[in-house]
Design a protein around this ligand. Structure first.
Ligand SMILES: O=C(O)CCC(=O)C(=O)O
Ligand SMILES: [Fe+2]
Length: 385
């Protein structure tokens, strides 16, 4: 029988146990202990009862996603990503790559926007190229796609708050001081590189994704025999909150290199770490390797909504001191691994920061690498280097 993530009890966590105003209550502590165990293992788990699994919110979001992808390609291309120097908008089938190989999916990308954190000064953009990642989203008008901006914005806000709560619980799970991890998200407590006196520039991304079936999608031929929905990767940021549809395809790689299907479970979303958490926890909390397999003979289209927390763009990442971390975390880790190396299809630390660089540079490289069309249209100098 195939091993699945759903069958492993330690990878099911109930978010309703967490009481934000009473982090020391027995219920919150039960939550923290469960997080510690799951995070010290695969770091890829089902999160039950979070605001993102609220049935009304989820139904609205998936209805929006279905309506968007049912629009004619000309209408979808009104918000073509190539029009946005901020890497926002619709990215057509086959236009995105993972490890230089085409992904058999299309998607709409979103990010945060505020007028006060929007930079146009060419000198500043040359000095801090990651500032190009800040800017407006592309939304279709309500007459064309009712609720587009409102539904996405609500999802973004709920995800942001859920991520803050989870990050606070992670601090408790690691036994580090309160705010020790949140500072990477909001810059409170140092490490911020000054950009026009703006303070930290918090960041996150979101994608609504389709993995279509058939040999030809929007007039584009599927690469013969390719089953790469999205290739094996570790998310590059902080943490990911993923809401999949009922259709199968997502898989996570365990530490022996086996791929475990991650089935859809009603009322749950899927949580995983990005490489920046792996970096700051010195590998105690791993960014799990995962992929989506899009079978050539699949009968049903898979949809998903992925929200990615990133560290603030202008914050420098610094690993926690060994001595700060509760010894129990290392004990769980070493007793589970017993000295064995992790088998993994992705090069270790491919998105770790270089020394002394702020997170934005990692994010910037990730986007240039994944979205060639935008890079060629807007940043030919950056890719010719
Ligand atoms: O669509 C999915 O289920 C997973 C997507 C994913 O892993 C990603 O976009 O990073
Ligand atoms: Fe991912």
């Amino acid at each position: 029988m195939t091993r699945t993530l759903a069958a492993l009890s330690e990878y099911h966590i109930d978010f309703s146990l967490w009481q934000p105003h009473s982090p020391d209550s027995p219920s919150s502590q039960q939550f923290v202990a469960a997080i510690r165990r799951a995070a010290s293992g695969l770091g890829f788990f089902y999160l039950h009862n979070s605001p993102l699994s609220d049935p009304t919110r989820r139904a609205k979001m998936f209805d929006l996603v279905h309506r968007f992808f049912a629009l004619p390609i000309e209408t979808r291309k009104q918000i073509d990503m190539a029009k946005s120097r901020h890497f926002r908008g619709f990215c057509q089938f086959g236009d995105e790559t993972t490890l230089y190989k085409q992904d058999m999916r299309d998607q709409v990308d979103y990010g945060p926007y505020s007028e006060s954190a929007f930079f146009t000064d060419p000198e500043l953009l040359t000095k801090f190229p990651y500032l190009n990642l800040l800017g407006p989203n592309q939304f279709l008008d309500d007459e064309v796609l009712e609720g587009h901006a409102a539904i996405v914005t609500d999802w973004f806000n709920q995800s942001t708050e859920t991520c803050r709560q989870l990050t606070t619980a992670l601090e408790a799970a690691l036994g580090v001081e309160k705010g020790r991890l949140l500072k990477f998200l909001d810059g409170e407590g140092g490490g911020v590189v000054d950009v026009c006196g703006q303070g930290a520039l918090p960041y996150a991304r979101m994608k609504t994704i389709r993995y279509p079936v058939g040999d030809i999608v929007d007039g584009i031929e599927r690469e013969k025999g390719s089953e790469q929905g999205v290739g094996a990767h570790k998310d590059s940021g902080w943490m990911t909150l993923l809401s999949p549809s009922e259709v199968a395809g997502l898989e996570v790689q365990d530490f022996d290199g086996n791929w475990l299907p991650v089935e859809y479970i009603e009322g749950a979303i899927v949580f995983n770490f990005g490489q920046q958490v792996e970096y700051v926890t010195r590998g105690l909390f791993q960014a799990a390797t995962h992929r989506v397999v899009s079978r050539v003979d699949a009968q049903e289209t898979r949809f998903s909504v992925a929200w990615f927390a990133l560290p603030a763009l202008n914050v420098k990442m610094e690993p926690l001191e060994e001595a700060e971390i509760d010894g129990e975390v290392r004990n769980i880790w070493t007793s589970a691994r017993q000295g064995q190396d992790i088998v993994c299809d992705v090069p270790k630390g491919d998105m770790f920061p270089k020394k002394e660089e702020e997170h934005g540079m990692v994010a910037w490289r990730t986007f240039l690498r994944s979205h060639k069309q935008v890079a060629e249209a807007w940043y030919p100098d950056a890719i010719s280097k």
